[in-house]
Design a protein around this ligand. Structure first.
Ligand SMILES: [Zn+2]
Length: 314
């Protein structure tokens, strides 16, 4: 009897059409593999209990100052005044797992032709990163012509903006929280790559992805199978999500350095905000200083990732 996981995956593959992720699975497999390989020799340590407590005024002071520094109008007040921003204060709990689980909780949703932003706030300085991340999404969604490339690249831009914000507050003297955020995110990168690899191993061994020649035996380990099951069944996640994050985590260190390089960070961000909403992948890549994520591009991505790790050690 087929497991419900097999049924779910079979259904997923029978239903997709013209999908940039499903049509390029070996590329996403390669991104996951390289992300893991590039990160596996480093350890990332951080203590979320050390994130300073603060209030929304202090958080917003930093967020507004960040937007001013990059020359983009912060959409926070307009969203708040139009009731399109829902702020949810979470109760404080002296529990590191609870804090970590809620560090990056937020979302954007679409209702009746309008976009809304929901943010869960812990009353910690980390809320600022969460706000910058969701507002980054908001800054490219009101264009209203979303397509599969918008979804594929919006996480990469938001992730790069988190690094840019970390750099900004580091320069304002908040070195510890900035370092902690780099470590927390790089650790996320590694965990995401591992989950994705487990899924790709299962999909390859079941014949859904062509062998890309990186693991000679596609014997699914019971761990791979369990991870895959947890991802699809327990959490009921859409397969696209993990691929959006793989793209985000592969690209964002590189995009961060591209932003660091230019004087007008806002202009470059606005170009990306705009480009990802048009159905033209080569113009998206070229605005980002990339080509097609082939071998040459992936060497650049690796160099940026390693440079980020080495320059941002605690
Ligand atoms: Zn996001």
């Amino acid at each position: 009897m087929e497991s419900s996981l097999e049924n779910k995956i079979k259904k997923m593959f029978s239903e997709y059409q013209n999908d940039v992720i499903f049509d390029n699975l070996p590329l996403f497999f390669t991104l996951a593999y390289e992300l893991k390989e590039n990160l596996k020799n480093y350890s990332f340590t951080y203590d979320v209990m050390k994130i300073p407590e603060t209030d929304i005024h202090e958080v917003m002071n930093n967020v507004f100052a960040y937007y001013e520094s990059i020359g983009i109008k912060c959409p926070f007040e307009d969203l708040l005044l139009s009731s399109h921003l829902k702020l949810r204060g979470l109760p404080y709990k002296n529990d590191c797992q609870y804090i970590e689980n809620n560090l990056s909780r937020g979302m954007i949703y679409y209702n009746n032709g309008e976009y809304y932003v929901v943010l869960y706030l812990l009353g910690l300085m980390s809320d600022a990163f969460n706000i910058v991340h969701e507002l980054s999404h908001y800054n490219n969604v009101p264009i209203g012509i979303r397509n599969q490339y918008s979804h594929l690249f919006t996480e990469a831009i938001a992730s790069a903006e988190e690094f840019l914000f970390a750099d900004f507050i580091e320069q304002r003297g908040m070195k510890e929280i900035a370092s902690l955020w780099y470590q927390y995110r790089l650790d996320n990168f590694f965990k995401t790559a591992n989950i994705a690899l487990a899924i790709f191993n299962v999909l390859t061994s079941w014949g859904y992805i062509d062998d890309i020649g990186i693991s000679p035996n596609y014997e699914i380990s019971s761990d791979d199978f369990k991870i895959c099951q947890k991802y699809f069944l327990k959490n009921n996640y859409d397969f696209h999500h993990i691929c959006w994050y793989l793209m985000a985590y592969s690209l964002s260190p590189f995009l961060f350095f591209e932003l660091e390089r230019v004087d007008s960070k806002g202009a470059l961000l606005k170009e990306w905000y705009n480009k990802i909403n048009y159905n033209d992948i080569s113009s998206i890549f070229s605005s980002m200083g990339l080509n097609d994520l082939g071998d040459e591009d992936r060497v650049k991505l690796k160099k940026s990732l390693i440079a980020l790790i080495k320059s941002r050690k605690i």
